[in-house]
Design a protein around this ligand. Structure first.
Ligand code: C2O
Ligand code: CU
Ligand code: CU
Length: 554
């Protein structure tokens, strides 16, 4: 069971040593953490990739979603909710708009109680086809918005489904195959907050108030020169589209004034391709630990202390941060720490022993061309930078309410009904493949029997790059990670090689080069008849390039 195909096994020593050298050379501060800032007044510059040498300039208040406007909270009930995909004159150029009870919303944060029957009418006011997908939801194919049915310009697509998911932070984004990346980058996405009794009990116990001490943080990056233009080069299409400026809730250089108390931050990585090694530090440069309380599919059973975690495109983390150790007048930073993005391995001369000299043979000519055409404005993945500065402005009024030891009821996991299904991620002929397939609307390479519970063994080739693998329609569990690259060892939290973000319900899992990740998926569903879902990389350039397969579920 634990056998890993040759070529998918990591040559630990070789990679570890080379990557460490690469990252030390690439980064002014090296990968050895914790990193100390020279002085408290030398806060990193936001969004610049060399933040230890530049003076502070977090001068824009973070946008905090309110009752309307950008990301405004919009409760969705049983009335038809009319959404519109619109073009805007200002960057990033596209948005989901709504007008309800005299209020206007841009990319609204939809708030839904579990069990609600929803009716949503999406009118497409763009000049190109689109569709919205509800990322993370337990939903039938007809309402999934998987791109196989589209809203043409001027038409309306009607959704009707019941919210079956646990409380958690989900999101909606475009999914027209081949045009997903550009539309998402240009702003056509928003959050979806599901509430249930456990969620309301937690807010009450922690005395946390949405909009005040509970704040969503939507991370993405843009190319500052032309933030509303999506023009990927061949290199961007291969590695992903990276920006040179980081945004939180659409705010560049953001700061947030906080009190010496506990805050809940619900984080979504809405970037096309960028992976963040997320952590916090205080104004003395020391790491500030936090609590992880939830993942993609909602609350963990119990909180976990962490000092950093990786969040790849489409993943969510639910964090509690206590600012009481920081003096009034001081600050803390949310940052992405240096890591080896492991993209360079594509140039390796290693051949896949399984590849029968064709499929997995690396296409060096294409790679060379791609490197040469990388946009000069894009900052590479893995560079350290700060995202958000928290300015501690006032005392906390009372002692912090005690943290509940149990956040959510444990869900017993079913055991798999058959052998593990192998899924190999690889690169050949200038594109990314899953099991030697690319997306074809006519083909269904994965067929799951009715009521099956499956283990999937996702193996990423060791000269690949990290892929954020996402399954529509089901939340799954990460059982085990094997042969993870050595630089990730400090993030492993258990004997099964898992990271802290692997301990809850997931719909997206990052698979590093050389890694084998075992996940458990319970495919039993409440829908009538066969359903078709998608399994794909959430690096949106990879997805649009066809790193996506149809999954038929009986
Ligand atoms: Cu969030 Cu198929 O995607
Ligand atoms: Cu999805
Ligand atoms: Cu990918």
């Amino acid at each position: 069971m634990r056998a890993t195909a040759p070529g998918y096994t990591h040559d630990r020593d070789r990679l570890a040593r080379r990557r460490l050298l690469q990252i030390l050379a690439a980064s002014a501060i090296g990968s050895a953490l914790p990193v100390r800032l020279a002085a408290a007044d030398r806060a990193p510059a936001p969004g610049t990739m060399d933040y230890c040498t530049t003076p502070p300039r977090f001068d824009q208040p973070l946008h905090v979603p309110g009752r309307g406007g950008l990301q405004g909270h919009l409760r969705a009930g049983s009335d038809v909710l009319a959404l519109e995909a619109v073009t805007r004159a200002s960057a990033p150029g596209l948005a989901v708009a709504a007008r309800v009870a005299g209020r206007e919303y841009i990319d609204p944060t939809l708030v839904v109680t579990r069990g609600t029957a929803l009716k949503i009418a999406l009118r497409n006011a763009l000049s190109e086809p689109t569709i919205l997908h509800w990322h993370g939801l337990t939903i039938d194919t007809a309402n999934d918005g998987n791109g196989e049915a589209l809203a043409s310009p001027g038409s309306t697509f009607d959704y009707a489904f019941t919210m079956r998911n646990r409380a958690g932070l989900y999101w909606y984004h475009p999914h027209p195959h081949g045009a997903t990346a550009g539309q998402a980058y240009r702003g056509l996405f928003g959050l979806l907050v599901v509430e249930d009794d456990e969620e309301l009990a937690l807010r009450k116990a922690l005395e946390i108030a949405p909009g005040e001490t509970e704040i969503p943080l939507v991370l993405h990056d843009r190319r500052s020169g032309a933030p509303d233009r999506y023009t990927p080069s061949p290199g961007d299409l291969m590695h992903g589209w990276y920006g040179d400026e980081s945004l939180v809730n659409f705010t560049a250089r953001p700061y947030l004034d906080v009190a010496q108390t506990r805050y809940r931050f619900r984080v979504l990585n809405a970037s096309n391709a960028r992976i963040y090694r997320l952590g916090l530090r205080n104004d003395r440069g020391d790491a500030l630990p936090f609590l992880l309380i939830g993942t993609d599919g909602g609350l963990l059973e119990a909180p976990r202390t962490a000092s950093e975690l990786f969040i790849s495109p489409a993943e969510r983390v639910d964090l509690l941060v206590d600012f009481s150790p920081i003096a009034v007048g001081g600050f803390a930073l949310l940052e992405s720490r240096a890591f080896d993005p492991m993209h360079g391995e594509l140039a390796s001369t290693t051949r896949d022993p399984e590849g029968a000299a064709t499929r997995h043979e690396h296409d060096h000519s294409n790679h060379g061309a791609a490197e040469g055409t990388s946009a000069p404005t894009s900052a590479s993945d893995g560079a350290p930078f700060a995202l958000l500065q928290f300015n501690v402005r006032k005392r906390g009024s009372t002692a912090l309410p005690p943290l509940p030891t149990r956040l959510s009821a444990p869900t017993p996991l079913a055991s798999s009904t058959g052998d593990a299904r192998p899924l190999r991620l690889g690169f050949a002929k200038g594109r990314w493949w899953i099991n030697d397939h690319v997306y074809d609307v006519q083909a269904t390479p994965i067929v799951v029997a009715k009521d099956a519970v499956e283990t999937w063994l996702i193996r990423n080739y060791h000269t690949s790059m990290p892929h954020a693998m996402h399954l529509h329609g089901f939340q799954f569990r990460v059982l085990e990670r094997e042969t993870s690259p050595d630089p990730l060892a400090p993030l492993v939290v258990d004997a099964r090689g898992r990271f802290v973000t692997d301990l809850g319900w997931k719909d997206t899992v990052l698979v590093w080069p050389g890694e084998s990740v075992r996940i458990l998926i319970d495919f039993r569903h409440p829908f009538a008849g066969e359903q078709v879902y998608l399994f794909h990389c959430h690096n949106l350039e990879h997805e649009d390039g066809g790193m996506m397969l149809r999954v038929k579920v009986g």
